[in-house]
Each structure stands twice: as C-alpha cells, then as structure tokens.
Design a protein around this ligand. Structure first.
Ligand code: ARG
Length: 285
C-alpha cells in the first residue's frame, strides 16, 4: 500500500528526533519539519528508546470529543469536537507540504479504533491561525468547519472551551488522548485510542528547559504538560488536552516524546488571543 506523504513526514520526524536524542543534543520535532525529507535513512532505524508514552487503551465513549483527522483515509493527527459544526486541531497538521497532493481531508468521530467504526465527515474549510509559524510554532491552532453538522450521541459530543484568560496552574491533572505513537521512534500508530494522564507542568521551568536545552522559545500561547513517563507523541498532534472536562490545550510539539525534563508543549487555549480567535472563527463559541 502506498503511504501518504504526510505519514512519511511524521515518520521521518520521529527518526530525526531519535537520532538527535541519541547524540545528546535534543532538537524539537517542529523545527526539523522542513529538512526532514532529505535526512531519511531507511536502513538505519533508530534504536527504540523504550520510553513508552505511558498511556493505556480507552474507549471513545469516555472521550466522545476525540476525532481522527484523515488525509485520503490515513490518520495523521487528532482533533476535537467543539460544537456541531466545528472541530479544533493544530495548524501544523495542515501546512502546504502536508496537504500537497491530498484529495480529501476528513475526520472520523465515534470510534475507538482507527481501522473500523465511527462516522467519517467531510470538512468544508480549514482555517489555520494567520499568525501560525512553523519556525516558532506559535499559534499552532486550526478551526475545521464541517460540511455537515456532527450528529451527537454517547460516542460523539463536544468538549467545552476555557474562559478567556483562564490559565491552568502547575500540577493540574489533565488527560491527553489520541492514536499517536506509543513510544518515540515506533513505526506504527496504535489501533486503539489511548489516554494519558498528565499534569500541567510549571511553565517557567518548562520554558527554561526548552530554551537552554533545545534553544526553543516558548511563549504565553503555549502550556507544558507531561513527563518522562507519560507524554503525547507523533500522531497525537491536533488532539485535545483536557482538564475537568474543559479542553485546555492542543497537542503541538515536543523534543522527542517523554524526554526527561522536556514535557509536551500544547497550544494554550486559555490565552486571550487564542481564545478570541476561536470565537471569531466559529460564530462566537
Ligand atoms: N508534532 C507531533 C505530531 O505532529 C506531536 C508531538 C507531541 N510531542 C510531545 N512530546 N508531546 O503529531
């Protein structure tokens, strides 16, 4: 079966991140995106670092807002239902390089498994944040407007958004869900929806670590969560980070997955500029 370009991208990113971790110099995956294609070395697979992402199987009925984003039928990212007509995902899932040659973008709702069940829905338009930058990964957010409204049931439902300015404090219990890799460098995404219990990390500390260890600047449009045991990973991007049944983040980037001292980075939905942009692009959600 012929693999989509997007999947090759994601797989190559995983290679890169693992190589750089191996050499003791961790590079954040987002910044390698553009150079990724040149560096593929199919015969030199990175040794898996055995750091599983620490999640467990779950059921869509417990996280009915979870979506799988499909490019020509292939899972590439997560997303979340925020109303009958809109879903939320990450802008980096829909950049030109990833959409190149893709005929159809759909989301699948209501299924625990990637390979069967659920309902596939067409997207009318993808609205990426105009200030999204794939260099800094600022404003990594996209609103998906559905061609037809979701039909809600016990496996398909919307998640609430935070109030503008609401900032989760360090230590807040949160849940990240998705079909992303179970470990950095894994070759295949799992078929069963995974849930990871993570805590919101201290932001200043996270920002310091990213700055000094991987020369990456975090901003107020980002929050950190997870640790060396549990973290999101490639394929989870665009998916929801939720606390108390409110979506507080979108899976955005990291330095490898579950790398000690470098938590996952999420788009901060409580940031006023992010929150108001969602309202403006969804008929005031
Ligand atoms: N950028 C990744 C994706 O496209 C998500 C990585 C999240 N990484 C992390 N360590 N939390 O799927």
């Amino acid at each position: 079966m012929r693999r989509g370009k997007a999947i090759i991208f994601v797989v190559v990113l995983v290679f890169l991140v693992n190589f750089t971790i191996g050499s003791g110099d961790v590079e954040p995956d987002v910044q390698e995106r553009n150079s990724a294609v040149k560096l593929i070395r199919p015969n030199k697979l990175p040794s898996p670092n055995s750091k599983i992402v620490g999640g467990m199987d779950t059921d869509i009925a417990r996280y009915p807002y979870q979506l799988s984003v499909r490019l020509d039928g292939q899972h590439v990212c997560g997303a979340s239902i925020i109303s009958a007509n809109y879903a939320l995902s990450a802008a980096h899932c829909f950049v030109r390089e990833i959409l190149e040659g893709v005929k159809e973008v759909t989301v699948v709702s209501g299924s625990t498994y990637l390979d069967n069940g659920g309902t596939s829905s067409k997207i009318r338009s993808i609205i990426s944040h105009p200030n999204y930058s794939n260099r800094t990964n600022e404003f990594d957010i996209a609103v998906l407007r559905m061609a037809d409204p979701f039909v809600f049931n016990e496996r398909v439902a919307a998640i609430a958004l935070p109030q503008s300015g609401a900032q989760p404090s360090a230590g807040t219990d949160a849940v990240v869900t998705g079909w992303g890799l179970l470990q950095s460098g894994a070759q295949n995404v799992p078929n069963t929806l995974q849930l990871g219990r993570v805590k919101v990390a201290d932001f200043r500390r996270c920002r310091r670590s990213y700055f000094f260890r991987v020369r990456t600047k975090l901003t107020g449009r980002m929050i950190c969560a997870g640790n060396e045991i549990t973290d999101s990973c490639q394929g989870d991007s665009g998916g929801p980070l939720a606390a108390n049944n409110v979506q507080i983040g979108i899976v955005s980037f990291g330095a490898g997955c579950a790398t000690p001292g470098l938590p996952g980075v999420y788009t901060n939905l409580g940031d006023p500029s992010i929150r108001s942009w969602i309202s403006e692009n969804t008929n005031s959600l």
